[in-house]
Design a protein around this ligand. Structure first.
Ligand SMILES: *Cc1c(COP(=O)(O)O)cnc(C)c1O
Length: 460
């Protein structure tokens, strides 16, 4: 063993104690740091020949890189849809590395059984029927990719071909209908060989991002055969929801695979006041829910649900002499894009075991209350206006007059020490948005963000 590794091995307990103390210090000061750091990004250095050992690496990381990191784990990082990591989720993530399980087969231990237990808990948390099977993937983009891969195989089943065996070309023209599809859906279609152009945009309700159900019915009629519908439960711009019950109801008259992108909107099911937004979601054929957003587990975690695990295995099965055959309950290696993968269910398992349904309900309800409060505050800032009502956890706003993208960028930049906001365009109007999904965020943070906006607006 190389002397540096041997020395770290011999001192492992003390070194882990040092890392733990450092981590605790970082987290204790998270609230005080600039949300977007104003310092410079370090220049890349060459590959170390002689390593510095664990303690040396930690010191170099703390010195060069940590000052340049954002406070995305903190309470006022409101860009994109970004949660942090609850204490239990963080511990679960650490233990994932400690055990380093490759949880894709039942040949060597219970890793994938823990994953199945966790999937069962999440199915219950989101109020989905038993018929839905789930697998962990790296994020909502991967979840949309897997869901649409299953949809592609379903189209094949209808046409008497298998795109997984014969290639996507065997399907001919494919139509994927959606009102306000997330950008990741286009990426998924590109990866699946269906092409970005297979997505046919369906008109949304005037001024909103939810699909116009009558227009969707018209598009289904035009399609004249089986197609795929991507329904949206929580759009990133305004947190809008398709009428899932009405969309699912169209299957009585038209043949289509219903995929629901509920990356963060799926969490509406946890709140009595918002659960109506996802009514009917259980009728979907496949569903995407992100976990590294509103479940507040570290990055690299999302769930992909489907009613047709058989079609999923038709796409992702991985036949090899050293793996178990498919059987009744396929090993996870036959259901996911990766083969070897970390036991990413463990962080979610820790979070759910530690805080349960009620703990996570409280996070969701606090976030929606914060969003409402910021929405009210924005309306009270002279020169700003809401661009959409606050339906869940997203606040989309712009200047009352002259809402140009440059001024909005200047506003975001001015408040970036206090809060991170991301730009968008909604209904043709440039805007900023703040999304609340962090477990630490509270009313005091909302007051700080509102104060920063009030102070900055007259200066841009
Ligand atoms: C965030 C998001 C995605 C993509 O999620 P990643 O985790 O970044 O891959 C897809 N759809 C919606 C609605 C989202 O909010």
């Amino acid at each position: 063993m190389h002397s540096r590794i041997a020395a770290d091995h011999a001192e492992l307990t003390r070194l882990l104690e040092e890392v733990r103390a450092h981590a605790a210090g970082v987290l204790a000061r998270m609230d005080e740091r600039e949300v977007v750091p104003s310092g410079r990004v370090p220049e890349p250095e060459g590959l170390p020949g002689e390593g510095a050992g664990l303690a040396g690496a930690l010191a170099a990381f703390a010195d060069r890189w940590e000052p340049a990191f954002s406070a995305s784990a903190g309470p006022r990082y409101l860009g994109f849809v970004t949660g942090g990591a609850t204490p239990a989720a963080l511990a679960g993530d650490w233990m994932t590395g400690v055990w380093d399980q490759n949880s894709v087969t039942s040949l060597d231990g219970a890793g994938q059984s823990l994953e199945r237990e966790t999937v069962g808990w999440l199915r219950e948390l989101f109020g989905l029927p038993e018929g839905h099977r789930g697998t962990f993937v790296g994020g909502a983009t991967a979840s949309n990719f897997v869901g649409l891969a299953v949809a592609r195989e379903w189209l094949g089943e209808r046409a008497g071909v298998s795109p997984a065996e014969d290639g996507a070309g065997a399907l001919g023209d494919v139509r994927v209908l959606s009102g306000a599809a997330h950008s990741s859906v286009f990426k998924a279609l590109a990866m699946l060989g269906l092409g970005r152009r297979s997505l046919v945009g369906v008109p949304t309700v005037d001024g909103r991002e939810c699909v116009d159900v009558a227009a969707l019915e018209g598009a289904l009629r035009d399609a004249g055969g089986p197609c795929v519908v991507v329904a949206n439960a929580g759009t990133v711009n305004t947190g809008d929801f398709d009428d899932l019950r009405a969309v699912a109801g169209l299957r009585e008259r038209y043949p289509f695979w219903l995929h629901v992108d509920a990356a963060f909107g799926g969490f509406a099911a946890l709140s009595a006041a918002h659960a109506h937004l996802v009514e009917g979601i259980g009728a979907a054929d496949s569903i995407c829910v992100d976990l590294h957003k509103w479940l507040n587990v570290p990055y690299g975690s999302a769930l992909q649900f489907t009613r047709r695990p058989d079609l999923q295995a038709a796409v992702f099965r991985n036949a090899a002499a050293y793996l178990r055959p498919l059987g009744e309950t396929p090993d996870l290696v036959h259901l996911t894009p990766e083969n070897s993968r970390r036991l990413r269910a463990l962080a979610a398992w820790f979070a759910l075991r530690a805080y349960g349904r009620e703990g996570h309900r409280e996070i969701v309800e606090r976030c929606t209350a914060c969003a409402r409060a910021l929405g009210d505050a924005v309306e009270a800032v002279p020169g700003l206006r809401l661009l959409a009502p606050v339906r869940l956890n997203v606040v989309c706003f712009t200047f009352a007059d002259r809402p140009d993208a440059g001024r909005l960028a200047a506003l975001a930049e001015r408040v970036s020490g206090e809060a991170f906001l991301t730009p968008t365009v909604h209904a043709g109007v440039p805007a900023l948005r703040a999304a609340f999904s962090g477990w630490r965020t509270g009313e005091a943070d909302v007051r700080r963000v509102a104060a920063a906006l009030r102070e900055a607006v007259p200066r841009v």
